[in-house]
Ligand binder design. Structure first.
Ligand code: NAP
Length: 495
């Protein structure tokens, strides 16, 4: 509170105008806080939904659960919506809540350092800014991972990563190689089957696939959702409750895990050819890697114009891909569905906290945070979708809301004059991370497979407990776990 009793006005810098950055902005707006700026490196909003626009892109989380609770959309066209529809949704949220005027596009933050109680930001264009709070909303799967394959540069056709799809390249009737069998590769193959002349999927590891029926939403249902907005809340809550019933399957062995694994195994039996089915059978438990959800993939891979290649990639030549058996697979286009650097978080941005502590030093043993959102030694800094956030197959919009609510609560305490700076203690962060590591052996991600879920030490960088526990811990933070400084303490911080 300022000396005249009115709330102080914090300057807040948000990095990234993707789903989580927009969520943070919306929460500030809804709390009546206008003094924030979103710095976005690209030339439009939308983050992952802007960058990913490959054929077949569909979010495998139900749309009525993959939306902000405060911004229901009655008009979803399908249960699981296509990428461009989701991108338009986030764009509309930005317009409806008048967020766009807070966004500065083409502003890449290269460095941020904490100095004299404030964050000083440097941009790639040489400009600078400062803020009381810094919120990183850079996303998790942002930096494409390109495979190291000999001769990749020599290919004379078109080659691009799935998150950098070149829409100028014609696909009709073309021979297309898809490298990688994660959620992205499976969706691309399903999207291209019957469009391209021939699709070859280069599989290094087989994937378990959960069937995902995707009915259209009737115009009557959409009308009902427009007419009775409470229906949307009911749909959201029941989908959320369903997700919460399923979530323990990931974190502890038991009948739920067995049931989902049985569904995946039954689904695989829909592949009729025993040799193809054997080639598509993973050598690890379902859900160990991030589960792929699709009812289209097994149908697509059984088509005559789609082929599965399981021999390893030896090299790439100007005309195509040479596999370890010596075969040259001549293709016109290579789509690299080879995933992302899931451990970069806000890097390569240089972050420097108290006493010159750099993020590189703080994370020399791997990314870690307190309660997924805050870092010891980095006051008034928060990250959304940070290390160990509950990602997986759960709704990230819900996680972003939980984290943004937590950040907002600290900003509200600052506004009320209860603190000037806040950061978690080193002890609390060490304890929290030790507890998480202790819980990992029971998780399905630790059952023996390689995946982007695992850190350099082989330990999953996911949330090993229920989503409810995440919300509970973030909504009731233990104040003794924080270093809180205030020059003129007016009131005691309230949890
Ligand atoms: P990914 O799950 O990391 O899969 C990458 C694939 O590329 C794997 O099959 C990997 O094989 C393969 N690969 C990597 N390097 C290779 C190389 N040098 N040679 C041959 N194969 C190589 O990446 P993603 O499919 O892009 O998905 C990433 C995440 O994005 C998903 O797990 C999900 O969280 C999210 N996503 C979500 C949706 C959705 O609908 N919600 C859709 C797409 C993506 P190995 O398995 O052998 O390493």
């Amino acid at each position: 509170m300022s000396t005249n009793g009115t709330p102080r006005t914090p300057q807040i810098a948000i990095i990234g105008a993707g789903m989580s950055g927009l969520c943070m902005a919306a929460k500030l707006k809804l709390a009546g806080i206008e003094s924030f700026t979103i710095y976005e490196k690209a030339d439009s909003l939308g983050g992952t939904w802007r960058d990913n626009n490959y054929p077949g892109l569909t979010c495998d989380v139900p749309s009525r659960f993959y939306q902000f609770r405060f911004a229901p959309n009655p008009d979803w066209s399908q249960w699981f919506s296509a990428g461009d529809e989701i991108w338009r949704y986030f764009d509309k949220v930005a317009d409806d809540l008048d967020i766009r005027r807070h966004v500065e596009l083409g502003r890449e933050v290269t460095a941020a350092h904490f100095q004299n109680g404030r964050w000083e930001l440097d941009f790639a264009d040489g400009r600078s800014a400062s803020a009381d709070f810094l919120v990183s909303a850079c996303g998790i799967l942002r930096i494409p991972r390109y495979p190291e394959i000999d001769g990749l540069d020599s290919f004379t056709g078109a080659v691009f990563h799935s998150a950098r799809w070149d829409h100028d390249v014609p696909l009709d009737g073309k021979r297309i190689a898809v490298v990688g069998t994660g959620s992205t590769g499976a969706q691309i193959v399903s999207g291209l089957a019957g469009v391209a002349g021939e699709v070859k999927l280069f599989q290094r590891s087989a994937q378990w696939i959960l069937p995902m029926f995707n009915p259209r939403v009737s115009s009557l249902t959409r009308w009902l959702h427009r007419r009775f907005p409470a229906l949307d809340r009911v749909a959201y809550d029941s989908l959320r409750a369903g997700a919460h019933r399923v979530a323990p399957a990931l974190t502890a062995p038991g009948p739920k895990r067995s049931a989902i694994q049985a569904i995946c195994r039954l689904h695989l039996r829909t592949v009729r050819d025993p040799a193809l089915r054997a080639a598509l059978t993973p050598d690890y438990q379902p859900m160990c890697k991030r589960l792929v959800a699709s009812s289209a993939f097994y149908k697509a891979i059984q088509r005559d114009d789609v082929a599965l290649v399981t021999d390893g990639i030896e090299r790439i030549e100007p005309a195509g891909i040479v596999t370890t058996d010596g075969t040259l697979h001549e293709v016109d286009v290579i789509a690299l569905a080879t995933g992302f650097d899931a451990h970069a978080f806000m890097r390569p941005m240089q972050l420097t906290g108290n006493d010159g502590l750099t993020l590189t030093e703080a994370w020399k043993d791997g990314p870690r945070a307190y309660l997924t959102v805050a870092l010891p030694g980095f006051p008034n800094f928060f990250t959304l979708m940070g290390p160990h956030s509950p990602v997986g197959n759960y709704s990230l919009t819900e996680i972003a809301e939980t984290q943004a609510d937590h950040v907002l609560a600290w900003i509200e305490r600052w506004r009320a004059g209860q603190l000037d700076t806040v950061a978690p203690t080193e002890d609390a962060t060490t304890r929290f991370n030790a507890d998480m590591r202790a819980a990992m052996p029971g998780t399905v991600w630790s059952t023996g497979c390689s995946s982007w879920y695992l850190g350099a030490d082989g330990v999953p960088e996911l949330w090993p407990w229920t989503p409810d526990r995440h919300r509970a811990m973030l909504s009731q933070p233990r104040l003794e776990d924080y270093e809180i400084h205030s020059t003129e303490r007016v009131a005691t911080p309230a949890a």
